[in-house]
Structure formats: C-alpha cells, structure tokens
Design a protein. Structure first.
Lengths: 160, 264
C-alpha cells in the first residue's frame, strides 16, 4: 500500500477513535453537566438518611446544584452527618432546609434543598439546622398499622 | 511406588520452575521492548505502520460486532424492562453495560484474535526464518525496529477500538429500541446521561481498555518471540496467544472491576 493511503487510513482510524471518545464523554456521559469541583461545603445532620449514597445529587427545585461528598455517623448524637458540596454559583440563605427525597417510587435518593429567607448566605463549613430525614417505608407501614389498631380499639365496636 | 511418587513431585517442580522461568523471561523481554522504544517515536512512521495493521484493519470487525452486540443488548433489555414498565431505562442498560464491561472486554478479545494472533505469527516466522538474527548481523536492533513499534501500535490502537466498539453498540441499541420498537428518544438519552458518569464509568472503561491493550500486545509479542523456530512451534504459539490473552483479559477485568466499581 502506498505511504499516503496508509497515512490517510491511520488518520481516519485515529480520528474515529477520538470522536468516539468525545461522543462517549459528551453524549453518553454527563461531562458537560455540573461537576462541582469548586464550591462550598456545608454539613447537614439527619436522623436517618435511608439509602442516600455518596455522589448522590443535591437538588433545589429540581435543579442539580451539588453533590453529596461524604456521609459519616456522629457517635455522640447518633445522627448522620452528610457533607454537601454545593456549586459556588448557587448561594443559599443561612436558614435553608435540607431533606432526603426519593426520585420516583423506586428511584435513587437525593438531597433536596429549600431556600430560606435569611439575609446571610451559607458559607464553607456551615451547618444546615433544619433537616427532614428520609422516609423509611417499614416505619411508615408500622405507624399505619399501629394507627389502624388504635383506631379499632377505641371505636371498634360499631365499625367492625 | 516411591519412584512414581518422586517422579510426580519432580514433574510438579519442573512445571513450577518452568512457569517462573517463563514469567521472568517475559518480564525481561517487556523491559527490553520498553527500553528500546525510543526509535518507535523518533521514527513514528514505524509505529504508524503497526497502528494501521493492528487498528485500521481491525476496525471493520469491531464496528460490525459492536453494532450487533448493541442490537442484542437493546432487544433483550427491552423485553425484560418492559415487564416492569420502565422500557426507557434500556438506554442506561445498554450504555453502562458497554462502557463499563462489554466495550473494553469484547474489543480486547476481538483484538487478541484479529491482531494479536497475527503479531505472534509474524514474529514467530521472522524468528524461525532467522530474519531477527539477520537484523542483528546488520547492527539493526530487532527490538527497536520491529518489536517495540508493534507494542506501541497495539497500545495506541486498543483504547480507540474499544471506544469505537462502545459507540457503535450504543448506536445499535438506539437503532433497535428507538427507531424500530419506538421507545421515546428523549427519555432514552436523558436516562442514559443521568446515570452514566464521566469519571467513574467512561474514564474507568478507557483505563480498562488501555490495560487490556498493553496485556494482549505484550502476550502476543512474547509468545511470538518465545516460539520454537518450527512450523508447529509457531502454530502452537499463535494458539497460546489467543488462549492466554483471552484468559488474561477476563481475569484482569475481574480485578479491575473489583477495584473500580466496588469502592465505598
């Protein structure tokens, strides 16, 4: 094969490979999306984080504003300390609240942020004081059954 | 009785010594290939030849098999996910399966049987017809002139082939589920993009394919160089290349997966 045609084919091959990598990165993956490398960290304390995982998204009004960076158990209060890294383009007031929500019925869990009304914004290292824990399905069912039983005991004579 | 026992133990010892010796020889061989690789970059034309041989000529088989793997994954995934009412997640399934595992692994297996076997045969025959010795006589280093350009050609080609394989597979999955079956195209892409992560999925897949490329090429070169200089020896070396590199790819894949995707 002639030198120039060989070079041409190698060029086509390498270009195709690099284009394939770019397609993977941009179209298939989400490299173009937020990767929060610089942002500020805040810690939120939860009674129960359910199935929350590291790298789960932090969303506010459905928009991804950050990621969960670390999860640890505070052995004095026995509550979960969840470190959130939030994009620096999204400042939140100091009295914002965080709650653990589930995407869809069986989807993955994420942290929802609701903005408050404070004048000052959250800074690096701040704590979020108002939190709402994950809903654990077994507890909800347990409470429901308990409530049903109590209802039957109190007014159960005429209702069967 | 004692005699047969002793000979059995001697056989085990002989096999072990042999295996360790071969491992040492392979390591020294790779050391030589890597240390003499300056020429493959100074005269890059040599490496380009090998990229053409290992990469460009493997492109057709990679494209076709990638497409068919994607078609099958899309079809099977759709049939299963349909039962749970989440047929849109088929994009996630196809993309994750290809990018994490099937792309690097199947591309490496194809690469081993398409390019690795040919490398072994080429070097084995060059050795048995004493072309390598002839080069040395002319003060041309066969490691610098033949072996290390081959290594770098394979090393560069393999990640690109794996990427092409994955993209063709995802295209195949798109073709069967969105174009033919009629899954919503927006949900297909958005669910895929929501769950495929650049660093932990795509970058790890690329790292896998680089490791596989290096392993397959190294095995192919060593088997060729180590082949007994007979027709039978070369044919056995080619077989060994395909078998060993397939096993090496699968074992390495397990190890890499265990490191990459099970972290806390």
């Amino acid at each position: 094969m002639k030198r120039t045609t060989l070079d041409l084919w190698v060029g086509i091959f390498v270009t195709a490979g690099v284009v394939a990598l770019f397609i993977l990165a941009l179209k298939v993956g989400n490299a173009s999306n937020v990767s929060v490398s610089d942002g500020y960290r805040v810690v939120a304390e939860f009674d129960n984080i359910g199935g929350l995982k590291v790298r789960a998204p932090v969303k506010s009004a459905g928009v991804v504003v950050g990621r969960v960076e670390g999860i640890a158990l505070d052995t004095r209060s026995f509550r979960a300390n969840v470190t959130l890294r939030i994009d620096k383009h999204y400042p939140f007031p100091k009295d914002s609240s965080a709650s653990i929500l589930t995407a869809g019925l069986l989807g993955e869990q994420y942290v929802g942020m609701d903005g408050g009304g404070d004048e000052q914004n959250l800074k690096d290292g701040d704590r979020i004081k108002i939190t709402q824990s994950a809903i654990v399905l077994e507890k909800v069912i347990g409470q429901f059954l308990y409530g049903k039983a109590a209802e039957n005991n109190s007014g159960g004579t005429n209702k069967k | 009785m004692i005699d047969t026992l002793a000979s059995g133990i001697r056989l085990v010892g002989h096999r072990t010594v042999n295996a360790v010796w071969r491992l040492g020889a392979a390591t020294r061989f790779m050391g030589l290939v890597l240390s003499r690789s300056a020429m493959s970059f100074r005269r890059f034309q040599l490496t380009l030849d090998e990229i053409h041989f290992a990469g460009v000529l493997s492109m057709i088989i990679i494209i076709v098999s990638g497409l068919f793997v994607g078609l099958v994954l899309g079809l099977q995934g759709y049939e299963t996910l349909k039962r749970y009412g989440s047929a849109e997640a088929v994009g996630t399934l196809v993309a994750l399966a290809l990018v994490r595992e099937l792309g690097p692994v199947v591309a490496a297996l194809l690469f081993a049987s398409r390019a690795g076997s040919a490398m072994t045969a080429e070097i084995g025959i060059m050795k048995s017809t004493e072309q390598l010795s002839a080069m040395e006589m002319m003060a041309v280093d066969p490691f610098a002139r033949v072996l290390s350009p081959m290594f770098w050609g394979g090393f560069i080609s393999m990640p690109l082939l794996a990427a092409i394989f994955s993209v063709m597979g995802i295209f195949g999955g798109y073709l069967i589920t969105v174009v033919i079956i009629g899954v919503d195209s927006g949900a297909f892409w958005s669910q895929m993009q929501a769950s495929v992560d650049f660093r932990s999925d795509i970058l790890n897949g690329v790292i896998k394919s680089i490791v596989f490329g290096a392993a397959v090429t190294a095995i192919a070169l060593f088997e060729g160089y180590d082949a007994p200089p007979t027709a039978e020896g070369v044919s056995r070396a080619v077989t060994r290349t395909v078998v060993t590199s397939a096993l090496a790819v699968l074992a390495l894949d397990f190890v890499l997966t265990a490191f990459m995707f099970t972290g806390v």
